[in-house]
Design a protein around this ligand. Structure first.
Ligand code: NAP
Length: 276
């Protein structure tokens, strides 16, 4: 049995679907099982990753766990998993840890989660994806108002990855022992500027979507309304101070899944309905 955390999210949702398609026993962890619609044949378990004791039922009989990072007591979560007999944890980390500075709140959070996994005594694999294509959903409210989207860090190219590809890698890794003790950085197939994404999305939607580059001061003020200051600082250090270059393209998805990483246009076509 594989327990998928973040099962209602972009990556976990794709992973639950991929494992179910492969006929593998899978259990979806969500905080509110009543509001989660599991695919046919998938078990649902309630539990909160900020409360390791709440995970006992979810972990019963589980061999492998797909784990999100960054929760309050990652060591506590992993101790429960080990006690339950889990043999393999696949952690969703971030490419920002590669050469990352632990003083940066985002890189530091992922580095701390990776350390907890490495020290857990459970077999582990670390997935270190680039920025997600699904971050483009942030534009949905603006696209309801018109054809111009305002985005921060407009001069920063990112080799964004489709969450479906992260899930495909996770599904492959969860079944093969050769991945134990390995870290996999992975990206999409091309580095795109926000304006490139806007142009492609517009083409898919049949609308002339264009990008307004958000000035840094305005971006900082807007982000600070919803994100704690240390994380706003972390993103500015990444993308304004140049602490994180997320633009190089890696062939990991092809190597592990046997098929190329999906491009942004394919992602946009698959999710067109969310933008319409
Ligand atoms: N976005 C990026 O560009 C990027 C890049 C690299 C790494 N990452 C990492 O990717 C992860 C996000 O992945 P995603 O986009 O697939 O997720 P997402 O769509 O943002 O959804 C978040 C998921 O986390 C679950 N969750 C939140 N708090 C929880 C808690 N206390 N206990 C249990 N589950 C909890 C939610 O489940 P419920 O609400 O249903 O309980 C939901 O399924 C994060 O760990 C992030 O650091 C993101």
């Amino acid at each position: 049995m594989i327990l998928v955390t973040g099962a209602s999210g972009h990556v976990g949702g794709e992973l639950v679907a991929a494992l179910a398609d492969q006929g593998r026993p899978v259990r979806a962890l969500v905080r509110d099982p009543a509001s989660f619609e599991a695919p046919h044949g998938v078990q649902t378990a309630g539990g909160d990753l900020n409360d390791p004791e709440s995970l006992a039922d979810a972990l019963a009989g589980v061999d492998g766990v797909f784990l999100l990072g960054g929760f309050a007591d990652m060591s506590g979560v992993l101790a429960r998993a080990r006690a339950a007999g889990v043999g393999h944890v696949v952690l969703l980390s971030s490419r920002s840890v590669v050469g990352g500075n632990p003083d940066n709140a985002v890189a530091g959070m992922h580095l701390a989660s990776e350390a907890a996994v490495r020290e857990s005594g459970i077999g582990w694999t670390l997935l270190r994806p680039s920025g997600f294509m699904s971050n483009t959903f942030e534009w949905v409210p603006q696209l309801r108002e018109g054809d111009v989207v305002t985005a921060p860090f407009a001069g920063v190219p990112i080799a964004a990855i489709d969450p479906r590809d992260i899930a495909a890698v996770a599904a492959a890794v969860l079944t093969r022992r050769e991945h134990h003790g390995r870290s996999h950085a992975m990206t999409g197939p091309a580095a795109l500027l926000p304006a490139d994404r806007a142009e492609i999305l517009g083409r898919v939607l049949g609308r002339p979507v264009s990008l307004r580059a958000q000035p840094d001061d305005e971006a900082r003020a807007e982000m600070s309304r919803t994100i704690p200051a240390k994380y706003v600082d972390a993103f500015f250090r990444f993308f304004v101070d140049g602490e994180f270059d997320d633009s190089s393209v890696l062939s990991t998805v092809q190597e592990i899944t046997g098929r190329p990483a999906r491009g942004f246009e394919d992602w946009a076509v698959a999710h067109r309905a969310r933008f319409e």
